[in-house]
Design a binder for this molecule. Structure first.
Ligand code: IYR
Length: 236
C-alpha cells in the first residue's frame, strides 16, 4: 500500500455509488399568486371541448412531441411508465383504422349497445360513421402495457396500469389543449384491431384513441352542462 493511502479508501462504503435521492425542485408561490394561477388554469381548461369535426390542416410534429413529453412525465405505479403512444399521420393507416373502427361501431349502434346507453349518447349526436378518423391529421393510439418485456424477452410486473395510463392520458389531453390543439377521446370497442394495424405486441392493450388536430371552420359542439362544484366535491 502506498503511503498516504489508507485502507479505507478502497472500502465499498467510500466508493461513491450513484445517490438515490436528490433535492426536490419545487416552485412555490405567494397565496395571491396561487389563487390567480389556479383560476387562470381553470379558465383555460374549462374551454376544452371534445371535437368531432376536424380541419385537415397538419399539426406540427414538434408540438405533438412536446405534449407527449408531458404525458410521459405522469406519475405511474412503481415508476414503470406502462404506456406506449403511436402517432399516426399516414393516410393509409388512418383509413384502415377508420374502417376497422366503423365495423365495431356499426355492431355497437345496431346490436351491442343497450337502449339506455343509446339514449345517453343521443344528445352528443354520435353514430357509427367516424369520418374524423381520416379527416384529422393525427391519431394518437395509447397502449397500456399489462406487463413489461425486457431485451431478453423476460416479463416483469407493472402496477396500477389503468390508473397510470389514465393519468398520462389526462396530462396529454391538457397539454394538447394548452398548446392550441383540439382532440377527441375515442373508444371503439373492442379495439384490439389497433394491435394488428399498428403492429404492437401482445403485452399492450389499446387504452384509447386520441383524435388530434384543429377544429374545422365553424365546428359545432353539443351544449353540455358541467356539474357544479358542490355536486361533485365533499369537504369533511
Ligand atoms: N364508442 C362509440 C360510443 C360512444 C360511447 C361513449 I361512453 C361516448 O361518450 C361516446 C361514444 C362511439 O365512439 O361512437
Amino acid at each position: 500500500m502506498e503511503m498516504g493511502t489508507s485502507r479505507s479508501d478502497t472500502r465499498p462504503e467510500d466508493s461513491h455509488p450513484p445517490e438515490r435521492f436528490m433535492p426536490l425542485e419545487f416552485q412555490g408561490y405567494p397565496e395571491e399568486e396561487m389563487d390567480s394561477r389556479a383560476w387562470a388554469f381553470y379558465a383555460e381548461m374549462r374551454r376544452r371541448r371534445s371535437v368531432r369535426d376536424f380541419s385537415p390542416r397538419p399539426v406540427p410534429r414538434a408540438v405533438i412531441e412536446a405534449c407527449l413529453r408531458t404525458a410521459g412525465s405522469a406519475p405511474s405505479g412503481a415508476n414503470k411508465q406502462p404506456w406506449h403512444f403511436v402517432v399516426v399521420t399516414d393516410p393509409t393507416l388512418k383509413r384502415r383504422i377508420r374502417e376497422a373502427a366503423e365495423e365495431e361501431e356499426r355492431a355497437f349502434y345496431t346490436r351491442r349497445a343497450p337502449e339506455e346507453w343509446l339514449q345517453d349518447l343521443a344528445p352528443l349526436g354520435t353514430g357509427p360513421e367516424k369520418p374524423f378518423l381520416e379527416a384529422a391529421p393525427c391519431l394518437i393510439a395509447i397502449f397500456a402495457q399489462a406487463y413489461g418485456v425486457d431485451g431478453q424477452g423476460r416479463r416483469h410486473k407493472h402496477y396500477y396500469v389503468s390508473e397510470s395510463v389514465g393519468i398520462a392520458t389526462g396530462f396529454l389531453i391538457a397539454a394538447l389543449h394548452h398548446a392550441g390543439l383540439a382532440c377527441l377521446t375515442h373508444t371503439p370497442s373492442p379495439m384490439r384491431f389497433l394491435n394488428t394495424i399498428l403492429e404492437r405486441p401482445p403485452n399492450e392493450r389499446p387504452f384509447l384513441l386520441l383524435v388530434v388536430g384543429y377544429p374545422a371552420e365553424g365546428a359545432q359542439v353539443p351544449r353540455i352542462r358541467r356539474k357544479r362544484l358542490r355536486e361533485f366535491v365533499t369537504w369533511r
